[in-house]
Design a protein around this ligand. Sequence first.
Ligand code: NAD
Ligand code: TDX
Length: 339
Amino acid sequence: MKILVTGGAGFIGANFIYYMLDKYPEYDIVCLDKLTYAGNLSTLEKAMQNAKFKFVKGDIADVEFVNNLFAQEKFDIVVNFAAESHVDRSIEDPRTFLITNILGTQTLMDACRKYGNIRYHQVSTDEVYGDLPLDRLDLFFTETTPIHTSSPYSSSKAGADLLVLAYYRTYGLPVTISRCSNNYGPYHFPEKLIPLMISRALANKSLPVYGNGLNVRDWLYVEDHCRAIDLIIHRGKIGEVYNVGGHNERTNIDIVKIILKELNKPESLITYVADRKGHDMRYAIDPTKIYNELGWLPTTTFQEGIKKTIDWYLKNEKWWQDILSGEYQNYYKKMYEQK
Ligand code: NAD
Ligand code: TDX
């Protein structure tokens, strides 16, 4: 079995590569990644030592490059993690999101059609459903909840999802889609809430909480997401969408306070800043379908997961310090100094 993992130098893709190399030592795994600001080759250092793993640098939206790769490698399954993934960046510059997230998806699926009707899995997000109100805690996203996006990021992911389902219906491409809630864990880029707060708290810097901090996200430890994708690509029904989430809803301010407590840092570091434009209020996944069909349940509780994550950031300071010391400084100034 040979699997193409796109976006594997990013957060979830890298965790998936390590999960798969460990669980299926007989599989060949090829990672295709453009190494944007979010891709980090050092994350894949250990994988590079495995003879069953290969890294290829390239753009999923580059038709000629993708076709050549597919012609050479003969993949059995394609799992597409590659994306522009940060909502705040999509508000600043939507275009790259449309190119990578929509045209990149189309390019990969066209190659899947051309080189043997290859099984294709799209890693999508709960953000395609928009948000839920804070006063209706009885509501959850199911797979039939209408698509209703808020940001250029979520709109680009929704566009890609619609295209994936169209390729199934129109061309019979064997596709599946997973829509997961917020992930956290090792190798999470420090522009996202949890690693941003951990790295800044460790440096005794202010922690920028958007708006009133009461927006709710549904957090899942990254390894549980990887296991869900593993189940879907092996046993999921073709043409189907699977929601992935573990009923772990928390307000942003609670997350920040938990991190401060774990690190023994004062709450006086919390700084409320201007809200994100179009900020989604609440995400909440109903994972009944993936449980009923594939027996998936999350195995890591938030208490365990956040401890493991903080521990990882403490032990791997070089990984995130290298990121913070580069171009990231300009990003932080641009995005936060006017807030
Ligand atoms: P990430 O930003 O950490 O990593 C994205 C990776 O894709 C990077 O390595 C980057 O170099 C690569 N990439 C970007 N554009 C590319 C291109 N044109 N060609 C090839 N590679 C390219 O993202 P992540 O958080 O790991 O998310 C992975 C996927 O999971 C995304 O599709 C995202 O929409 C989805 N998702 C993320 C979350 C989350 O909480 N992080 C939740 C649900 C779904
Ligand atoms: O500095 C911050 N302060 C703050 O209050 C940042 C970066 C975020 N926030 C808030 C905004 C959100 O309500 O924290 C929450 C989480 O923010 P992000 O980490 O940016 O994640 P989110 O916008 O929820 O999107 C994430 O989950 C769904 C991923 O980045 C997406 O790729 C995924 O699809």
